[in-house]
Ligand binder design. Structure first.
Ligand code: SAH
Length: 511
């Protein structure tokens, strides 16, 4: 007899902040054969999935049901019957208005094994990120989680409005934005005081979080004026007033700032993570793709002939990475480099080299090629052979200056950068909607590629109210040559420098 190993995990994916996923959920996503998710589950979590995992989107955004609940149930059953491990990601907690119970019943009926991994529900976490503790000894003795979805006029309503209206309760409504006026009306009719504080928290715990507050009397108008839509949690009760004192998430220095990241996707994660931590909402529009050179022969030849070099110079993290990729692919290891001296531009490049167990002999003080030249002045480079693995089409100043100093420089292409336009439409739509506050440029090619993406549009007009943040003077010059004026320029010319410059810019703006 064969045993079917198929199993479904009903997983709480948390409310949106990817950091609020449980460790158990993460481990389960990492090992699943199939990952099924809907629109409330953060797409970031899919990055934990195996490369060969089947990823299925089942939608469910208001009326737009990509798959009906029946079809979702069937899908889970089918995949498990095939012997697969299925990770069914559900926003928040699967058993809190998540139909997890129904899915479990269906699985049980069909004899499919399942487990439930609870998640951080939006009912608690969205208020928490808005500075609203749903209980507080001075304010409330009970909390209710209530569906806001029950249609007005439903014959057998299960809504106990008289209980909800009891004076000190905290009421947390889910799925209630469209029905807000009706909720308010029922509470008032059942004696909840008109001055009871109310908050709505939209996209809670994410960098898109938006909070509005009012009272039972005013909230319908407040929400209308703010144009606030689903998904949002509605909190009714005196605890809402604590927000004034306890708000923390929306006080982050870059909260609410929508910042475009133009770096290659493979390199963007550090910058994105740090900006997110500071509260910014990052929109990744990569303008560059980094790929191995189309012609590998020069790089392979350089590696085969390493013995003839005395110096190895790296100008970027990618140069380091692709150099070592080729070295290892050729069956060599770091012992092949024992006779060499090293120079790196910039501390990040140096750090990356350090990952391979090598300490750079020279680290120029500033991060422009020009200062490498100064750094070499003291080390007797004349007559030495220098290998310079770097990007195709890199600037010529470094090899020229080293040659002037008497070195013999072999430049080899370690990697190529190509324009990518995957985010073009998103970018144009967002610019037209005034939905972007700043664009970061981390190299000259990000600027020129970015402007290429805007070909056919009036780029300058679209960027009129957008702050352009450049990593340093060379990138700024490229921007100026294309008619753009950076409002922010980093100093030092590094990613941390760029983040610091953004912080300073927005701190002064608020003064
Ligand atoms: N199981 C989910 C709730 C699903 S019902 C949970 O435990 O969080 C869908 C409703 O959840 C939405 O209409 C909205 O009211 C709420 N919701 C889910 N994620 C939210 C978020 N990030 N911010 C605010 N409300 C959210």
């Amino acid at each position: 007899m064969t045993v079917n190993k198929g199993k479904v995990f009903l997983i709480g994916a948390g409310p949106g902040d990817p950091g609020l996923l449980t460790i158990k959920a993460k481990e389960c996503i990492e090992s699943a054969d199939v990952v099924v998710y809907d629109y409330l589950a953060s797409p970031y979590l899919l990055e934990y999935a195996r490369k060969d995992a089947e990823i299925i989107y089942v939608g469910k955004k208001g009326g737009d049901h990509t798959l009906t609940q029946d079809k979702i149930n069937l899908l889970l059953v089918d995949k498990a019957r095939e012997g697969k491990t299925v990770a069914r990601l559900k926003g928040g907690d699967p058993f809190v208005f998540g139909r997890g119970g129904e899915e479990a019943q269906e699985l049980l009926e069909d004899g499919i094994a399942y487990e439930v991994i609870p998640g951080v529900t939006s009912a608690i976490s969205a208020p928490a990120y808005a500075g609203i503790p749903i209980t507080h000894r001075d304010h409330t003795s009970f909390v209710s989680f209530i569906t806001g979805h029950e249609k007005p006029g439903k014959k057998e309503s299960r809504m106990q409005w008289d209980v909800f209206a009891r004076s000190d309760a905290t009421l947390v409504f889910l799925m209630g934005v469209k029905n807000l006026a009706n909720i308010v009306k029922n509470l008032l009719e059942n004696g909840k005081p008109a001055d009871t504080p109310v908050a709505l928290v939209r996209w809670g715990t994410t960098t898109r979080q938006q909070t509005v507050t009012g009272t039972l009397e005013t909230i319908v108008q407040v929400v209308k004026e703010a144009g606030l839509k689903s998904p949002a949690i509605i909190v009714v009760g005196h605890v809402v007033s604590l927000r004034e004192e306890l708000a923390w998430f929306d006080k982050k220095p870059l909260f609410g700032k929508r910042i475009v990241i133009t770096r290659a996707r493979a390199q963007a994660s550090g910058l994105v993570a740090e900006l997110n931590r500071l509260g910014a909402q990052c929109i990744e529009i990569p303008t560059i793709e980094i790929a191995p050179p189309k012609d590998m022969a020069p790089m392979e030849a350089a590696i085969a002939g390493l013995d003839k070099y005395q110096w190895l110079v790296f100008t970027s993290v990618n140069g380091v990475k692709f150099f070592f990729d080729t070295l290892f692919a050729k069956g060599k290891d770091v012992r092949a480099l024992g006779h060499l001296k090293f120079a790196c531009i910039g501390p990040v490049t140096k750090e990356r080299l350090g990952d391979y167990g090598i300490v750079s002999d020279i680290l120029p003080e500033t991060y422009r090629a020009e200062s490498v030249v100064d750094a070499f002045a003291g080390v007797g480079i004349s007559g030495k052979k220098v290998l310079l693995p770097r990007a195709k089409k890199a600037r010529t100043i470094l090899p020229e200056e080293l040659t002037k100093m008497g070195a013999q420089v072999d430049e080899v292409t370690a990697y190529e950068t190509e324009l990518t336009d995957e985010g073009r439409q998103t970018l144009i739509d967002m610019l037209k909607d005034n939905a972007i506050d700043a664009v970061t440029f981390t190299s000259s090619s990000t600027v020129s590629n970015f402007m290429t993406l805007l070909d056919g549009e009036n780029g300058k007009a679209l960027l009129k109210d957008v702050t352009l943040a450049s990593i340093g003077p060379i990138t700024s010059d490229t921007a100026r040559s294309l008619g753009l004026e950076p409002g922010i320029e980093a100093d030092p010319y590094t990613i941390p420098g760029l983040i610091e410059a953004l912080l300073t810019h927005y701190a002064t703006e608020q003064d």
